[in-house]
Design a protein around this ligand. Structure first.
Ligand SMILES: Cc1ncc(COP(=O)(O)O)c(C=O)c1O
Length: 383
């Protein structure tokens, strides 16, 4: 079956975070990480069937969804989890914050990779926990951990290591051996692993390895967060899950959900998640082809340093060569809204571009960016 990623859907007036900020302006918004693609037809049909039913009462997490998750993790990663390890949450973001607050003692210290999706760092920071930034470095075109720097950052009070894999904004898919070294380097720390981008693998041959799947010892000290909402694009419905083997850690994390202090996932989140896990893979494969084409276009057209985007629909662009003080503001003046580097605790000379949009729109945005680059103090040679 052919899937259409080229037809534009007008998102104006739909309360879209990404589109509403620049409503009425000649700005192409390529910032917040959702895509401009409708989810797989199977998800839309499942939503319609539920809508036609007409009653949307309080809802318990469906057993069928737990089973679909267990089956998928075994099939894709050879990772055997028990259904009871799964705790449903309304999103990975609240789960990250909740984990920092419930699983780290007030005097515990966390290690956080940089650059990183802002909520990964904000989770321990807003919880008032001590943290040390562990800068990633570019090695052979990929953002990777500097294990020496990581080892130097460990303190006697280090209790948590926050991992974002695949990495947002860097686009790295950490290999099994890189993860093994990370697990060894973080010794006894709890690993809080945000794996929301795990289905968005663009690089042929790249495999996602859930860090918890490495070994029983690692699984027992890992909390993994996953969600279908990035890859299948229904983040507005609110559905994600934590996978926690250790019963004590799980009980601590889940207590506020069982007490209804924190919400579980939403009805339409469950419906969409079950439909995409059961029937969404052909659509996902087609979307990955399309995104690969968009990624290659960005890499071809933008003559600035961009590390290899192995996964995600996000390009992390080093605009340092342009010599502009604030790269986000610079491109915004030329009609393209990108995410500022500072959002990811990096320099303002970086921007993150979301290429999860129609090819034609991306081409227009890249034309504007190239025109902007031509006006900068250090024009790009091919720009
Ligand atoms: C690494 C990462 N984690 C979490 C999220 C958002 O998670 P959720 O929508 O499930 O709260 C994003 C969204 O961009 C993300 O990139």
């Amino acid at each position: 079956m052919a899937f259409d990623f080229d037809t534009r859907v007008d998102r104006a007036g739909t309360w879209s975070t990404r589109w509403d900020r620049y409503a009425g302006q000649d700005v192409i918004p390529l910032w917040v990480a959702d895509t401009d693609f409708a989810p797989p037809p199977a998800v839309l049909e499942a939503f319609s069937r539920r809508l036609e039913h007409g009653i949307f009462g309080y809802t318990a997490p469906p057993e069928a969804l737990r089973e679909a998750i267990v089956e998928r993790l075994a099939r894709l990663y050879g990772w055997r989890v028990s259904p009871e390890w799964i705790v449903f949450v309304p999103g990975v973001v609240p789960a990250l914050h909740h984990a920092a607050r419930t699983l780290m003692a007030p005097d515990a210290h966390a290690l956080v990779p940089l650059p990183v999706y802002h909520h990964v760092r904000r989770a321990p920071a807003l919880a008032g926990r001590a943290l040390t930034d562990v800068p990633l470095v570019v090695d052979r075109g990929r953002w990777v951990f500097d294990l020496d720097a990581l080892a130097r950052s460990i303190r006697p009070s280090t209790r948590a290591f926050f991992l974002c894999n695949p990495q947002n904004p860097g686009g790295t898919v950490f290999t099994r051996s890189e993860l093994e070294r990370l697990a060894a380097a973080t010794a006894d720390a709890l690993i809080i692993s945000d794996e929301i981008h795990c289905d968005l693998l663009l690089e042929p041959g790249c495999r996602h390895v859930p860090i918890a799947s490495l070994a029983p010892e690692v699984s027992r000290r890992t909390v993994t967060f996953m969600s279908p909402n990035k890859a299948f694009n229904f983040p507005g419905t609110g559905c994600a899950w934590a996978i926690i083997e250790d019963a004590k850690t799980r009980a601590t994390f889940a207590a506020d959900i069982e007490a209804h202090i924190m919400a579980s996932a939403s009805l339409f989140g469950y419906v969409g998640a079950l439909a995409c896990l059961r029937e969404g893979d052909p659509w996902l494969a087609a979307q990955l082809d399309y995104l690969r084409g968009n990624r290659d276009l960005v890499m071809r057209e933008i003559d600035l340093p961009i590390a290899r985007i192995e996964a995600t629909y996000l390009a992390w662009i080093d605009c340092g060569p342009l010599g502009v003080a604030d790269a986000q503001e610079f491109f915004l003046r030329h009609g393209v809204a990108l995410s500022p580097g500072t959002q990811f605790a990096a320099q303002a000379s970086f921007v993150r571009l979301n290429f999860g949009t129609q090819r034609r729109r991306l081409e227009q945005a890249l034309e504007r960016m190239k025109a902007a680059i031509r006006t900068s103090s250090r024009p790009s040679p091919t720009g």
